[in-house]
Ligand binder design. Structure first.
Ligand code: PAF
Length: 281
């Protein structure tokens, strides 16, 4: 049975009780609207730890005032059913005041991999993510935490946060779950109309083609420009970025190190992100 926990003190008491029984603990941070991608993160957690906590908290600090905080999908009772079915032991569902009590005044800003890409378009986003993830990791004190590779820059930022602050937790990156045509599962896919979904499904194929071109020796700038044009030709309205980077540091791509091609593109009112690996030659 999934225990629902709303306060930090109750979360700490539950984790303490597990630890007293020598059980290991995994945390899967989410903003709810759970889909198969999130459930795959819980599977990765349960393969590695005795107990799994999923946090569900739509974190206001990672949304800019112009973004979709108010309309971000919220479906707690459906989420709890899914967690129950997945065998998750606890859902941590704090309110905004529990996470950010009156007078809260601290922001964590991670350098390194947070530079560029998302930050060029969402300048305060990773400060909000790093602040809430640091709090969740301190509150739950898990042995490990699982994040999706779908938000690849976020995963790199979280790893850097934990390394730099010596947080005693192992960060696991879990592969993106996709539909049969390669569309990455995302809570924001619910915003897409049927016609937009058809366009969205082309994104991953274009990225994979760009990654294959780089692996085959193509010029980086030419491969990225071709990918950008193909994304627009597929029906996207705007490409925020499509870029090759080194894994982990997200520094400029080098042909002799493993890399990642990352994209953010806009389709109507929805902004989609995705990424694929590039193997070193
Ligand atoms: O990836 C997400 O859903 C969020 O950014 C996270 C990690 C739960 C922090 O709010």
């Amino acid at each position: 049975m999934t225990v629902v926990i709303e306060s930090v003190s109750a979360l700490r008491a539950q984790v303490k009780a597990w630890r007293a029984d020598s059980l290991t603990v995994a945390l899967v941070p989410t903003m709810g609207a759970l889909h198969e991608g999130h459930i795959s993160l819980t599977r990765a957690a349960l393969e590695r730890a005795d107990r799994c906590v999923v946090s569900i908290f739509v974190n206001p600090r990672q949304f800019a005032p112009t973004e979709d905080l108010d309309k971000y999908p919220r479906q707690l009772s459906l989420d709890l059913d899914k967690l129950e079915q997945a065998g998750v032991h606890a859902a941590f569902t704090p309110g905004v005041d529990e996470v950010y009590p009156e007078g809260f005044a601290t922001t964590i800003s991670v350098g390194g991999p947070s530079a560029g890409l998302e930050t060029d378009f969402r300048p305060t986003h990773f400060d909000g993510v790093a602040t809430v993830v640091a709090k969740l990791l301190i509150q739950a004190a898990p042995d490990l935490a699982v994040f999706g590779e779908k938000d690849y820059q976020q995963l790199c930022v979280v790893k850097k946060l934990c390394r730099d602050l010596d947080l005693p937790v192992e960060i696991i990156g879990a592969p993106t779950v996709r539909d049969a045509e390669g569309l990455a599962m995302s809570s924001r896919n619910v915003y897409l109309s049927a016609a937009e979904l058809d366009v969205a499904k082309k994104l991953n194929k274009i990225l994979r083609k760009a990654a294959t071109a780089l692996e085959g020796g193509a010029d980086e700038a030419a491969a990225m420009a071709a990918a950008r044009q193909e994304i627009l030709d597929a029906g996207f309205d705007m490409v925020d970025y499509v870029a090759a980077r080194q894994i982990d540091t997200l520094a400029s791509w080098q042909r002799d190190t493993n890399g990642r091609v990352l994209v953010a593109a806009r389709l109507g009112k929805t902004r989609l992100i995705d990424n694929v690996g590039v193997t070193a030659r």
